[in-house]
Each structure stands twice: as C-alpha cells, then as structure tokens.
Design a protein around this ligand. Structure first.
Ligand code: ZN
Length: 321
C-alpha cells in the first residue's frame, strides 16, 4: 500500500489530507497560512507537517507515492507558479522549492505536483465527488471569487499559460463600469461570486425604493449572498430580481463554455452553491434558453465534496497519468 498527500493552500488556511492509493481520505488537518515575508515559509511549513505525519503514522518516505499541492494562482507544467496574490508569491518554481524543503526534512526526494487550486478542486469532484459518473466536466466554484476547472478523461486542461478554466473572468457584463480584481471590467465574477451577488443586490436596493427584507442588512453593512437566496425563497421582489439576473448570467457563461467543450456535466461548487437546488433549478431554466441546441442536455449539478474537493484533487495529481 502506497500513500499520498493532498494539500490545498488557501489565503487563510492550508488544508492537508493523507490518502491511500484508492484515493480514500484517511485523515485531514489544517495549518494556518503564514503569509509573512511574502509567504516564504508556507512551503517549509507544509514540508514539516508532511514529515511529521509520516513519522506519526510510523510510515517511511518509501511508503509515499507523492505529494500534490493546489495553489491559488496559475501554474505552468505543474511546477512554475505565476503569482499567487493571496499568498504574496511572485513567479518561481514551486515544485523545485518544495522538493528542496521536503528533502531537507525527509532526506529523500519525493514526487511533487503543483496545480491551480480551482483545477485541482474540479479534478477532485470529477474523480470522487458528484462528477464521478462523467468523463468530462467543467466545474465552476462560486466563492468570494469565481474559479473554474475543465476535466476531460480524468485530466486537467490547464492551457498554454496555465490559465485555462479561468471562467470567472469571462466578460458577460458589457456595460460594467467598475473594475474586477483582475483589472478588467464586466467579468462573470463581478456578478456571480458571493461578493458580486451582494454588490448587485446593493446596487438594486439603492436604485429603487421598493420594499425589501434586505434593506436592513444593507444599512447595517451585513448583507450576504446567503441572505439574498433566503429572501428569494421568501418571495422578496429585489432578491427575486438579483437571483434571476445572477442565474441568467451564469447560464450565459455556461452556454459559452459548453459550445466549446460540450462536457457531459457542469458542476457548481463553492459557498454560493450552498443555496442548493434553487440555484441549480434557476440556472438550468436559463441555460435551456441560452444553450446551443446540441449542448442543451448538459447536466448542471451541485458539487459534493465541499471544502475537501481541493485535497482530493491534489492527491489525485500524484496518480494522474
Ligand atoms: Zn476579472
């Protein structure tokens, strides 16, 4: 029996998992992301934690097939990171750096694979989550931002510059005046992320005087995407307009993607997907109208693995052909 580690590096925590060779999660734990000094200690901390776990489990380095790591930025050839703003990282060979850190604590070299976190989460859902019965899928993660990943025949499509699947930055809002985090204007992320949903709800609340249960939290500055979906379920007029608009834009973006890739399924994950079936139903309803006839039967489903998708996918990199 060989084991692998799946690591998912986020801006606040580093999620870690120990897996067996059937990709079953044996144990998971978290580290705090140390972003001091441009994040230079992050890989060192992960290497120390991996070494500690190997020791704790009475394993040796020979029992470990490899370590997969998902990071929040574009990655070239599973090695070179091209800036991770959230971690303070610039452009560097993260695989070489991590191999060095690991060798320093374990005294042997182990195979290391680095990939973009959204791609890795998509791979996790494709192999062990709601996408496991499909050969091809596109995952869209609706969180603070909007991420995405494309999986065909169990493989991540990462693109020439490591930026394939950056679905959040497809332009859908042609008249948007505000800038997205990427510097562009009109990105899907600006309307379909948790932040985007709140931003759009606030815009509507300020433009009209219609009654809405959202007005109080707007003035308290506590308005959340979750609350918008709850108000939608309760029949609130403003929330109804927000949710319908958001789902229509999502459907529009999905219809563009399916025209190119024609995947069997589109998986929606991230915090916003906790809105549940209502999100799936509303997006599906708009999708049927937006989609090219040949792609209209694409299944739109919810992700299942939640925050664990990243560690599953990262561990799967180790065994990927
Ligand atoms: Zn953008």
């Amino acid at each position: 029996m060989k084991y692998s580690f799946g690591i998912d590096v986020g801006g606040t925590t580093v999620k870690c998992g120990l897996f067996d060779d059937g990709l079953s999660l044996l144990e998971k734990w978290e580290l705090v992301t140390d972003k001091s000094e441009q994040g230079r200690h992050i890989l060192e901390d992960i290497a120390a934690s991996v070494a500690e776990k190997i020791k704790e489990k009475n394993l040796s380095a020979a029992d470990i097939a490899g370590i997969g790591i998902g990071v929040p930025g574009p990655v070239l050839n599973q090695s070179v990171v091209r800036r991770c703003v959230n971690l303070g990282w610039g452009v560097f060979d993260a695989r070489a750096s991590f191999e060095k850190e690991l060798e320093a604590v374990l005294k042997v070299k182990l195979p290391v694979f680095i990939e973009n976190d959204a791609n890795v989460a998509a791979l996790g859902e494709a192999l062990k989550g709601s996408g496991s019965s499909y050969k091809s899928l596109v995952m869209i993660t609706l969180g603070t931002g909007v991420g995405g990943g494309v999986i065909i025949d169990g493989k991540i499509i990462s693109g020439a510059g490591g930026a394939a699947g950056e679905i959040g930055h497809m332009t859908v809002l042609y008249d948007e005046q505000e800038s997205c985090n990427c510097g562009k204007k009109g990105c899907l992320e600006q309307i379909a992320s948790a932040t985007g949903i709140v931003r759009y709800a606030r815009r509507l609340l300020h433009e009209t005087t219609e009654p809405s249960v959202l007005r109080k939290s707007d003035s308290d500055n506590t308005l959340s995407a979750k609350e918008v979906f709850e108000a939608f379920a309760g029949g609130d007029i403003i929330a109804d307009r927000v949710v319908n608009t958001v789902c229509d834009y999502l459907a529009l973006a999905i219809s563009h993607i399916t025209c190119i890739i024609n995947p069997e399924a589109v998986v929606l994950g991230g915090g916003v997907s906790k809105a549940g079936q209502v999100l799936i139903d509303t997006v599906s309803q708009y999708y049927k109208k937006r989609a090219f006839a040949g792609c209209r039967d694409t299944d739109i489903i919810r992700a299942e693995l939640g925050n664990d998708a990243g560690i599953y996918g990262a561990a799967a990199l180790v065994g990927a052909p």
